[in-house]
Design a protein around this ligand. Sequence first.
Ligand code: NAX
Ligand code: K
Length: 505
Amino acid sequence: MSHEILTPSEMGRADKLAMQHGPFDGYGLMSNAGTQIATLILARFPEMRCAHVLCGPGNNGGDGYVVARLLVKGGVDVHLWDEGEPRAGSDAAIAAADYPVEPRPLADFMPEPGDLVVDALYGAGLSKPLSEAAARAARVAKESSVPVVAVDLPSGVSGESGQILGDAFAAALTVTFARKKPGHLLEPGRTLCGDVEVVDIGISDEVIAEIGPRCFENLPDIWLEKFPVPALDTYKYRRGHVGVFSGSPTATGAARLSAMASARVGAGAVTVLSPTRSLAVNGAHLTSIMLRKADTLDEVLGFLDARKPQTLVYGPGLGPEQEVANFLLDLLAAIDGAPESLVLDADGLTSAAFQPEALFAALHAQGAPKAIMTPHEGEFRRLFRDIADDTKLSKVEKARAAAARADAVIVYKGPDTVIASPDGRAAINSNGTPLLATAGSGDVLSGLCAGLLAQGMPPFEAACAAVWIHCEAARSFGPGLLAEDLPLALRPVLGDLFARKGWMG
Ligand SMILES: NC(=O)C1=CN([C@@H]2O[C@H](COP(=O)(O)OP(=O)(O)OC[C@H]3O[C@@H](n4cnc5c(N)ncnc54)[C@H](O)[C@@H]3O)[C@@H](O)[C@H]2O)[C@@H](O)CC1
Ligand SMILES: [K+]
């Protein structure tokens, strides 16, 4: 199990627990950390002219002293620059005493091309913006284009949020311990970390389990067990039925993209619910996907009653108008237990911002469908303005707060999409690709969520799987991707997942 993500404070607790359990004390853990990093550096940068090791006053600096000593032992020419001495009696002070050469002041650090920098200034303990000397060091490292290996985190990057406190180093490689921290996956931290290597320093899986992390990297391990594959004796309605609301004649493509994605990810039947004025254009573009006239609430309720879909998609292409929000509230008031789930996206979210509290109350009500909301940055801010503007919260904490308020799984989209459940679980996606920054890709994502929900996948797992599959499909298609390409690009991705489930179909 290595998909858990630990906040810096959870990591601090894990360190302490590991020391209690043994066999390593604090200095033992630090020695393991330094040894792992020095080994990686010697393997990856054998051509370096010399290594500049920058050491801070805390245990991050302590790791740096161990690295410096081992690099010297490995025959590397090492220059050590420090900012503040370690506290007497600390593990870092023991490590510093073991290093044979007097450090030089950080303010004088100046690398040259061909050198390597080891950034061991601040890690989990970063509590304020970098000092002028540390910020200058980050700048000169950047300007001289020398590779930087960051110990635990690039100094200046918050392990909790991935945000920069003042200035920050930009690393080619970041070596962290036991598990990743949110700052390794949340932007801009993710970019500043470069490659991230997680090394074992003697903190056992049992210790991590005892901490009970509630945040995970979004890898198939966290949802594969619940990912649906069709049973041999299934039939189309047992594979789930999704209804997707369509917009006006000039905005129908969004609903069709969503519908196609639902069908391709495995819903056995999908119906586009269309206003009369859009029937002709929808009909001209749909074949296996069904089409049904739905101008009024009564017509929608008639469809729900007759065809019993498990899941609805509300939002893509509907228009950001008050009446779109009103219709949703009327629909929710009429729903009691069926359909079981609802995906809200795009204009379904933007229009809800006219009266967010009414939507949240409707989703909290008895018999309400389980909901997934898929806001991008702007939609999130319109719906959860106070949460979005709270600078103390990380993206994970914002998504969690929104999920609790709305009683919905929140897919807070971006290059570092976060998925959060009202029960407090959260996942950070790590296979994102800029290829998905294209019109209509969000509509496909909402369809994927719906298609998985309709097949009985629980909302948090369905949202995590949809986000991962969406990115993986885009990567497998590659440059030139349009949203229209995504449904077919799902094939190899689904094939791999089916194979991992042992599907013999
Ligand atoms: N036993 C452990 O707890 C282990 C810790 N390890 C290392 O220890 C690090 C955490 O150590 P610490 O908690 O000592 O934290 P740091 O070494 O990150 O920094 C803490 C010290 O720096 C000061 N400080 C924070 N931000 C500053 C800034 N911007 N300018 C000036 N001073 C600043 C703090 O007041 C504190 O004195 C981890 O990142 C990891 O590298 C590893 O050695 C593995 C074992
Ligand atoms: K660091």
